[in-house]
Design a protein around this ligand. Structure first.
Ligand SMILES: NC(=O)C1=CN([C@@H]2O[C@H](COP(=O)(O)OP(=O)(O)OC[C@H]3O[C@@H](n4cnc5c(N)ncnc54)[C@H](O)[C@@H]3O)[C@@H](O)[C@H]2O)C=CC1
Ligand SMILES: O=C(O)[C@@H]1CCC=N1
Length: 272
């Protein structure tokens, strides 16, 4: 069985580790995590019974797969001290960082088999969505390994071009935040209409979950599901007309383009 090392034990690593341990596909004893935060390490050790390390080199010492889960801004500084070990051991290197290119990962790590992927936080519940892209040096076995690690925490989708990872980031990596923003706005609007905060919150969250579940299970697309809620001359029609008049689709288009472009900009700024 492969040893898996996470460099960085923050929000995303915790989500993925939680999913892996809960799913039972990977033994806790096979998972190593390094993080400079003592509290972070204590929490990971207590919650999941995995191996924790202060030093990144200790985490990767026997790893077959190394998952990079640090912020993009520190990636170069994190990888350079690991380069000698990584280039001699040649583990499969999986980066979940937004906006760090394959070229940068290869030159900073010395690894050849690289996977860039973009998960999202619902991975914590096993309901994540991850887009992945592999370098040419990734073997079929390694690709399957990356797929099974990330599919333990939800849906996986492979893309053919590296640039598509920025689009995946814009749609699903950042996506949960868009839905949370809409929830915040609906809860506030419900309160203005006279509901208590608790009632507005419970109704909003259950509606979001129900709508998502319907869209996932339905054999028709979201546009048709929307039409089925919208009675002619009724209440939904007024609300949808208000969204359309405020150019909601253009706003979503611009927001996702901004996220996509920020991914590309980060690659430029943080690359060599
Ligand atoms: N938060 C999200 O929804 C998503 C984040 N990502 C990507 O995941 C990566 C991590 O993001 P988060 O988990 O949100 O950040 P985070 O800040 O929660 O976690 C980063 C962790 O790295 C640790 N760290 C800092 N310096 C380190 C070092 N030198 N060596 C080892 N560990 C170090 C920090 O102590 C922290 O625990 C980022 O690159 C981000 O682009 C990807 C998909 C979704
Ligand atoms: O906001 C970010 O940069 C990261 C990547 C996707 C979600 N969070």
């Amino acid at each position: 069985m492969s040893q898996i090392a996470f460099i960085g034990g923050g929000n995303m690593a915790t989500s993925i580790i939680g999913g892996l341990v809960k799913g039972g596909d990977v033994k806790a004893s096979m998972i190593h995590v390094s993080d400079p935060g003592a509290e972070q390490r204590a929490r990971l050790s207590k919650d999941f019974g995995i191996n924790v390390h202060e030093n990144n080199l200790d985490a990767i010492a026997k790893a077959d797969v190394v998952i990079l889960a640090v912020k993009p801004q520190v990636m170069k500084d994190v990888l350079q001290p690991l380069q000698a070990t990584l280039s001699s051991r040649q583990p499969l290197l999986i980066s979940i960082a937004a906006g760090i290119s394959m070229d940068s990962l290869a030159s900073w790590s010395g690894c050849k088999a690289l996977v860039r992927c973009m998960p999202n936080t619902p991975a914590l519940l096993g309901r994540g969505a991850t887009g992945l892209f592999a370098s040419a040096a990734v073997s079929i076995d390694q690709r399957n390994q990356a797929d099974s690690l990330l599919s333990a925490v939800g849906l996986t989708v492979w893309v053919k071009n590296e640039s598509e990872i920025d689009a995946v980031t814009a749609v699903s990596g950042s996506g949960p935040a868009y839905y949370f923003l809409l929830m915040e706005a609906m809860i506030a609007a419900g309160q203005k209409l006279g509901l208590s905060k608790e009632t507005a919150t419970r109704l909003t969250l259950q509606t979001a979950a129900g709508a998502a579940e319907m869209a996932l299970k339905s054999d028709v697309d979201p546009a048709e599901l929307r039409r089925r809620v919208t009675s002619p001359g009724g209440t939904t029609e007024r609300a949808i007309a208000t969204f359309e008049a405020a150019h909601l689709r253009d706003i979503v288009d611009a927001a996702l383009k901004a996220a996509n472009d920020r991914g590309a900009e980060l690659s430029q700024q943080l690359g060599d």
